[in-house]
Design a protein around this ligand. Structure first.
Ligand SMILES: C[S@@+](CC[C@H](N)C(=O)[O-])C[C@H]1O[C@@H](n2cnc3c(N)ncnc32)[C@H](O)[C@@H]1O
Length: 461
């Protein structure tokens, strides 16, 4: 069967819910193999994943998710195996293809619409077909020409079991990806932040995600639209033209991207209330990232007994001094990166009732690293931690997966993450005037903000 015919038949079977036909097309592709490099390895690795998941990353994901004791998360999803480590200058073995054509077929996207078999099956609610396609290697996060992923199609069709399946698969993939990035960092590999293959979904200037996407509309010869550029900026702290506007309601970096904007004020005030346990006075609070000082002003309004602010950019630090933050009795400024300042606070034995993280240009894995440090200074058992939740803001489904990843990671550390729905009543976030002079929008008028409320798990949990 030609590839085109197989793809057409696959799309039809996915739409009509013909599981037997989908499996038969995938099996045909499996039998149709040719001699291809690397096939043997692919088969061996897949078998390992299926056997017992004794891959550390997989165990971590399973254990993290199992902690929640949620049966729907116990999937036997097999992820595409990582490439084998080849000794330099040695050719990979040539063996019979196992799975590659199958994978291509499961991953195919219509040239006009960008629809994939998984999107078609998700839209129609055929969960077993979705499972079969995912097992054959269909990417959960591919986008069609409308910018919709399979999860969006499942949401549109109100197929909540399919939505759950895709969230689970996405969470596992992202956690494994995060683990492999950390591993490549620790063994001295190139920085994932600058890896062109590792496209980050646009996020707020201050937040980031590992969410990777394949899109029907982007080819290697097309220019990457601004909205698809990675939002991580490892060089931000060296930017020399970081500046406030005249009314001090906007902080821009060298590229005219917004570091912080005034429209976030209601969100910051909500965070300050959560961090002070509902506006209680006398709390010990820590904020990482001063920006426009909105959350710090809101924290001050609740009369904390101790208020530590970590800030690393010289321009922002100068503004803090100019505004007299260093003169306040209950405020201590730690000028430097949290990566260096947090270990000092840990060594001092500092403890906080409320901790907030809102930096800029950092990577999802930085946020995860911060969690490690944060857990050492968050008061037990009553401390509350939160962060600005700009994870994958362009796509609600990806946002949900990112929140699910955070929940799994924190659960592993004995912390419970809830996401409180806050309605943003002002229209400022969506108004065109708000974004004048800002190169890239990092929020697209979504009116619900999911505010993370992270606390230690109760003993009985
Ligand atoms: C989005 S702004 C914070 C906004 C703040 N929440 C407010 O209410 O205005 C991010 C801030 O984090 C600072 N920052 C970025 N990376 C940092 C790091 N590694 N350590 C400490 N501060 C950092 C930036 O200079 C910037 O002032």
């Amino acid at each position: 069967m030609s590839a085109d015919t197989a793809t057409t038949n696959m799309m039809e079977a996915c739409s009509s819910g013909d599981l037997a036909a989908v499996l038969s097309i995938l099996d045909d592709a499996f039998d149709d193999g040719a001699d291809t490099p690397g096939g043997e390895y692919a088969a061996a690795t897949t078998a390992d994943h299926n056997d017992d998941g004794n891959d550390d990353a997989v165990d971590y994901v399973k254990n993290g998710i199992d902690d929640d004791d949620d049966d729907r998360l116990h999937l036997e999803r097999t992820l595409p195996p990582p490439p084998p480590p080849h000794p330099p200058n040695e050719k990979p073995p040539t063996t019979r293809l196992l799975g590659t054509r199958r994978h291509l077929l499961a991953s195919a996207q219509d040239a006009t619409t960008g629809l994939s078999p998984l999107m078609v099956a998700s839209r129609a609610g055929h969960i077993e077909i979705c499972r079969a396609l995912l097992n054959a290697g269909a990417p959960w996060n591919a986008l069609d020409r409308m910018g919709m992923c399979a999860g969006d199609h499942a949401v549109a069709g109100e197929w909540w079991d399919v939505v759950d399946l895709l969230v689970d698969v996405g969470t596992r993939s992202e956690l494994i990806l995060g683990a492999s990035i950390r591993l490549s960092r620790s063994i001295g590999g190139g920085s994932a932040r600058t890896d062109a293959d590792f496209d980050t979904t646009t996020s707020s200037g201050s937040e980031c995600t590992t969410m990777t996407t394949t899109t029907a509309s982007t080819t290697s010869t097309e220019a990457i639209p601004v909205s698809h550029e990675p939002s991580t900026k490892p060089s931000y702290l060296n930017h020399s033209n970081v500046r406030y506007d005249a009314s001090c309601t906007l902080l821009l970096d060298d590229d005219d991207d917004a570091v912080m904007m005034e429209w976030e004020r209601p969100i910051m005030e909500a965070h300050a209330s959560v961090l002070t346990h509902g506006g209680r006075r006398g709390m010990r609070v820590l904020n990482v990232g001063f920006g426009l000082g909105i959350v710090d002003a809101a924290l001050q309004a609740h009369g904390p007994s101790m208020h530590v602010i970590i800030e690393a950019h010289p321009t922002v630090h100068a503004k803090m001094i100019a505004d007299g933050w260093d003169k306040r009795d209950n405020v201590r400024i730690c000028y430097g990166r949290w990566q260096e300042e947090m270990p000092k606070l840990i060594a001092e034995g500092a403890k906080f009732d409320g901790i907030f993280y809102d930096t800029y240009g950092e990577h999802f894995t930085d946020l995860e690293d911060f969690h490690d440090a944060m857990s050492k200074v968050l008061d037990v058992p009553n401390g509350v931690y939160s962060f600005f939740n700009g994870l994958a803001p362009d796509n609600l489904f990806f946002h949900g997966v990112a929140c699910s990843c955070i929940k799994a990671q924190l659960s592993h550390m004995g912390l419970d993450a809830e996401f409180a729905q806050c309605e943003i009543s002002s229209n400022a976030a969506g108004a065109d005037e708000t974004w004048e002079g800002v190169r890239r929008r990092y929020w697209h008028g979504r009116s619900t903000y999911y505010l993370p409320v992270i606390t230690w798990k109760k003993k009985e949990d």
